[in-house]
Design a protein around this ligand. Structure first.
Ligand SMILES: C[S@@+](CC[C@H](N)C(=O)[O-])C[C@H]1O[C@@H](n2cnc3c(N)ncnc32)[C@H](O)[C@@H]1O
Length: 313
């Protein structure tokens, strides 16, 4: 049966918490904790993202405008401000309690920027405002947006029928709009809204259903991503559930909307450590002390994440 999975009730409820999700930006914190020891150069997630963006794009180091959607506790933006000094920051979130946390986290570090906090659903806001900015960040929230689930294969076949003449096989890799929309309804809507906006660079990060580990991490069965590499997986969390994203479809849709796409594993952006200690730990798959237990937990958890950087062509 086709159903719509939503998480709004959780985030607009009385005590939304990121503790249960172990988001990667939250796990790495300010870059000084035990999880950050997994990075070649321990750093906050936002700092590493800023360095990556400066390397990959023409984003200005100072000045410019940045929008962050669903910024959680504000940890990512606080790290990003270690390397970028935007003139203007907009934090948009559906949760007033999390916006309050963002306000507290950013007050001491965003003094040089004009900053606004907007409590609204990102879909409504984007459709109305069609904002312009140098950068928009959506970190670990695509999976929270309304998702069609339990899609019936027969209905999907019926949707496809008009796309090709009877007996004609659609070209390989070319999914019909109905297929794309059905499997990734929320992200297609979002990409269309972003394509109609004036944002130059968009950074996306989320659990992927079709994630392949980069070499040499791909050699270790202990950290292979869960799932079947095709169909989105349901991830059960406290009082809500989300679905991971099929990045192949996201990439196809973004390219068709005219974006230049840079796609990678999150491990590559963060530059995860691979040395004798990690080699031994991943081979054995069993930690011998608390520090190793924390490291292995991070490697296991991060294995499913992909990133995508969209640039207006
Ligand atoms: C899983 S948390 C990720 C938080 C943070 N980006 C991180 O990586 O730690 C999801 C965030 O998206 C926000 N969110 C969920 N649905 C939203 C929507 N429709 N519009 C705006 N924000 C939303 C939540 O309130 C929360 O801040």
């Amino acid at each position: 049966m086709v159903e719509l999975n939503t998480t709004d009730h959780y985030y607009t409820g009385e005590s939304p918490s990121l503790l249960w999700e172990m988001t990667i930006s939250q796990s790495l914190g300010d870059g000084s904790g035990a999880f950050a020891q997994a990075l070649e150069q321990p750093a906050a997630y936002g700092r590493r993202l800023g360095e990556f963006l400066l390397h990959e794009t023409d984003l200005p180091v100072s000045g410019g405008e940045i929008i962050e959607v669903g910024g959680g506790y504000g940890t990512l933006m606080a790290g990003l401000l270690q390397v970028l000094s935007p003139r203007r920051i907009t934090m948009i979130d559906i949760s007033s309690l999390l916006l309050e946390r963002q306000r507290e986290a950013l007050a001491p570090v965003a003094a040089g920027s004009e900053i606004s906090f907007i409590r609204e659903d990102v879909f409504t806001w984007l459709a109305r405002e069609r904002p312009a900015a140098d950068l928009m960040i959506l970190n670990e929230n695509l999976g929270d947006f309304p998702t069609l689930t339990g899609i019936d294969k027969q209905a999907l076949t019926a949707c496809q029928a008009p796309a090709s003449a009877p007996g004609e096989i659609p070209p390989p890799g070319e999914l019909s709009p109905a297929q794309l929309a059905a499997e990734a309804a929320r992200v297609i809507d979002l990409l269309e809204l972003l394509a109609a906006s004036g944002v130059s660079h968009i950074f996306l990060c989320e659990h992927g259903s079709d994630t392949m580990l980069p070499w040499p991490f791909s050699l270790f069965p202990a950290i292979q991503p869960p799932g079947n590499h095709i169909n989105p997986r349901r991830i059960n969390l406290k009082d809500h559930a989300e679905y991971n994203i099929r990045f192949d479809h996201l990439e196809q849709a973004a390219s068709r909307l005219g974006f230049t796409v840079r796609r990678a594993h999150l491990m590559e952006m963060l530059r995860l450590r691979f040395d004798d200690e990690i080699d031994y730990l991943l081979r054995k798959g069993k930690p011998e002390n608390e520090a190793q237990e924390i490291l292995l937990e991070l490697y296991e958890h991060i294995s499913e994440y992909q990133i995508m950087l969209l640039t207006r062509a």
